[in-house]
Design a protein around this ligand. Structure first.
Ligand code: GLP
Length: 269
């Protein structure tokens, strides 16, 4: 598992956006053989989406042959609710790029049969031959998508009850009113994420430093689902300086040394 430490959030975001753009371009995808990209919501990927939109507007990156699968969605709020993940993705990415509408896949948190919806999502991912690159963010408790502490590391897409910590954290988007935050969500499983051919997770800020410590320096443990990345053959955490505050000095030095050339790459396309 790789750890790329950037000076700040902006640099981490730009680097990751360039990295993803490079992967899409290199794939020479076609409508018959599209690039399959997994995507997250939350504040962490916003900088990446901004850069991807800019590249698309400059005409150097197209999403015409990209098919996306989002990680999760709340249960029971309308798709046009400003805090639904459908609305989030439209606002930050899909409304501004050339992706065909039919290439966008987001779980339907209002489906009559939620279990059937989760199975349909898994089957659709399979029908494309799996996800090429899954981009993710994490919560302060190390959750990936909505795989809260204690989630099985081989879990698949399913209905999940949100942890109180997550409800508190996400209440900032619901007028700081915990009562307005949905209590359940549909989420891809840790196993679904681990099936992707590559996983890239962006993390920033002191609030996530303990989760990064558990991801990098401690063992694989279901109480920190991010630590499952250690089991993947091609995964990386891209972060800023604040996010590595809980790591040992020697760990930080080690990853900075080993990634020094790679950090210089993907500056621009
Ligand atoms: C939610 C999402 C996660 C996201 C997390 C962190 O719980 N389901 O996918 O990683 O929030 O969000 P933020 O990036 O805003 O800290």
């Amino acid at each position: 598992m790789r750890l790329l430490i950037h000076d700040n959030y902006d640099q981490a975001s730009k680097w990751t956006a360039n990295y993803i753009a490079h992967k899409i371009q290199k794939s020479h995808s076609t409508p018959e053989n599209p690039f399959i990209l997994g995507l997250p919501t939350g504040s962490s990927p916003v900088g990446i989406y901004k850069s991807l939109v800019e590249m698309n507007k400059r005409g150097i990156l197209s999403f015409n042959n990209v098919v996306t699968f989002n990680m999760d969605e709340y249960v029971g709020i309308p798709e046009d609710h400003p805090e639904s993940y459908h609305a989030f993705m439209r606002k930050h990415l899909f409304d501004h790029i050339d992706i065909p509408e039919e290439n966008i896949n987001i779980l339907n948190g209002n489906a009559e049969d939620l279990n059937a919806e989760c199975n349909r999502f898994e089957e659709k991912i399979k029908s494309y031959g799996g996800i090429e690159l899954f981009l993710g963010g994490i919560g302060a408790d190390g959750h990936l998508a909505f795989n809260e502490p204690g989630s099985s590391l081989s879990s698949r897409t399913r209905v999940k009850t949100l942890a109180t910590d997550t409800i508190i954290a996400n209440s900032r988007f619901f007028g700081n009113d915990m009562e307005k935050v949905p209590k359940t969500a549909l989420t891809v499983g840790v196993g679904t994420i681990l099936d992707a051919r590559e996983i890239v997770v962006i993390v920033s800020g002191y609030a996530k430093a303990n989760a990064v410590y558990h991801a990098i320096e401690r063992g694989v443990n279901h109480m920190w689902t991010i630590s499952a990345l250690q089991l993947h053959s091609k995964s990386m955490v891209v972060c800023d300086e604040d996010a590595v505050s809980e790591l040992r000095y020697s760990t930080v030095k080690y990853f900075k040394d080993i990634e020094s050339e790679n950090i210089k790459k993907h500056k621009d396309l």
